[in-house]
Design a protein around this ligand. Structure first.
Ligand code: AMP
Ligand code: GLY
Length: 425
């Protein structure tokens, strides 16, 4: 098969790493990719949101399967365009991707199908929003309806703060178009986990759970990021909790979307708040998490192409029982550029990645990297490397990941030293 992978992050490097292990994969292209991906696939200089050029490329190159990593091209309808051109695409249609692309759409669907989630309201008018905030009380959560690169969620401790957040979003001053409509919802407390499944529109293949570290600072302090590290599975997941997540949250969503005439195919990633061993839905993402995908790919013991094809061919029921996982757990430490998540340094050289990769069961997945004219690897993004290790337990995976991190020489980068603390303490 000739496969085209779309995206340029650590998630895509991990997907590429797993895809090329499949005997079915003859040729892997990645658009646009990064320095790490270019070592194992042919990178094509097309941005992941250039739907037109990507479709043209896939037609010209006789691509058999397109794997779409990030949410933005999915929301823009890349999977629809590929399918219309007769090319298999792994990922939801643009309409189905609204489960992530519009928080209001997502909340309406899950409420209609009685899925446990925070009470909410949708607003375009500040007076109505203010009334809702006063009636609900604090803490309260104010969210942009549209995609805001993971930044459109503000947890407010006072009514004043919430009204200001709502007003800045609605006026367009804080998030542009994404905030012209907002969702305001009840604050949920508990412990957060991520749960990943794949659907073919009808059948669900439960994958696994993970826990992310969203804050930039150790001890979970400081501003939110895309994720500074993660591990899989979540340390407190039980078969019972998994059953509740699938039966009461994922399956009703897949069934509900089918009933609405918007069948959902691809990865469905649920962000959940767990309290007293019961999960409530915080959000849906229509893609793998980054850096959660890195651990999941290292733990997966089955052929990824088989799984993705079973989703695009509506045959997940045929393989659901055969998917195998390694016995080990996995943990990923993200190395980021100084300054991230604020404005950060760029074009700084990184050395000794090969040394780090010599450690058994360690992979260094690239995110924001490129080659400079001297063929050195340089940083070009905020999150730059995802150093991922398998281990027999979290303590061992952590030790290996940090041994590898310490071999990498990058003066302008930093990392959290406490990834996995919840699982290990
Ligand atoms: P999101 O961008 O939707 O992933 O939200 C970012 C983060 O905000 C989530 O990972 C949660 O930590 C937090 N969050 C979102 N909604 C709520 C809520 N209703 N209650 C508490 N925390 C929330
Ligand atoms: N790491 C969280 C996300 O990918 O949304």
């Amino acid at each position: 098969m000739r496969i085209l992978l779309v995206g340029s992050g650590g998630r895509e490097h991990a997907l590429a790493w797993k895809l090329i292990q499949s005997p079915k994969c003859d040729k892997l292209f990645c658009a646009p990719g990064n320095a790490g991906i270019s070592q194992i696939a042919e990178c094509v200089d097309i941005p992941s949101e250039d739907i037109e050029s990507l479709t043209q490329f896939a037609k010209n190159e006789g691509i058999d399967l397109v794997v779409i990593g990030p949410e933005a091209p999915l929301v823009l309808g890349l999977a629809d365009r590929m399918r219309a051109a007769g090319i298999k695409a792994f990922g939801p249609s643009g309409k189905a991707a609204e489960l992530e692309g519009s928080k209001g759409f997502m909340k309406d669907i899950v409420s209609k199908y009685n899925i446990s989630t925070a009470k909410y309201g949708r607003f375009t008018d500040i007076n109505e929003a203010t009334k809702f905030i006063k009636n609900t009380g604090v803490p309260i959560v104010v969210k942009t309806d549209g995609l805001a690169a993971g930044k459109g969620v503000i947890i407010c401790e006072t009514e004043q703060e919430a009204i200001k957040a709502a007003s800045n979003m609605l006026s367009g001053s804080s998030f542009g178009e994404a905030g012209k409509e907002i969702v305001i919802e009840e604050f949920l407390d508990g412990e957060e986990i991520s749960y990943f499944t794949i659907s073919d529109g009808k059948t669900i293949l439960p994958l696994t759970s993970a826990q992310d570290h969203k804050r930039v600072g150790e001890g979970d302090t400081g501003p939110n990021t895309g994720g500074m590290g993660a591990y899989s599975p979540a340390h407190f997941i039980t078969p019972q909790l998994e059953k509740q997540i699938i039966n009461e949250i994922i399956q009703p969503t897949i069934d509900g979307m089918a009933k609405e005439g918007i069948p959902y195919t691809g990865v469905l990633f649920a962000g959940l708040m767990v309290k007293n061993n019961k999960a409530k839905l915080l959000e849906f993402n229509v893609r793998f998490g980054d850096p959660e995908c890195q651990e999941i790919m290292m733990r997966l013991d089955s052929d990824l192409v088989d799984i993705l094809e079973a989703s695009t061919d509506e045959k997940l029921d045929k393989i659901a029982q055969t998917v195998k996982w390694k016995d080990e757990v996995a943990l990923c430490v993200v190395m980021a550029a100084n300054g991230y998540p604020g404005s950060y340094v760029k074009n700084t050289p990184i050395y000794n990645i090969e040394e780090a990769e010599k450690i058994d069961n360690v992979c260094v997945f690239h995110a924001g990297t490129a080659y400079n004219d001297n063929k050195e690897i340089i940083s070009i993004g905020g999150r730059v490397l995802g150093v991922t290790a398998l281990g027999k337990d979290f303590a061992q995976a952590k030790e290996k990941a940090y041994d590898a991190v310490k071999k990498i020489k990058w003066d302008e980068g930093f990392y959290r030293r406490d990834i996995g603390w919840r699982a290990i303490s």
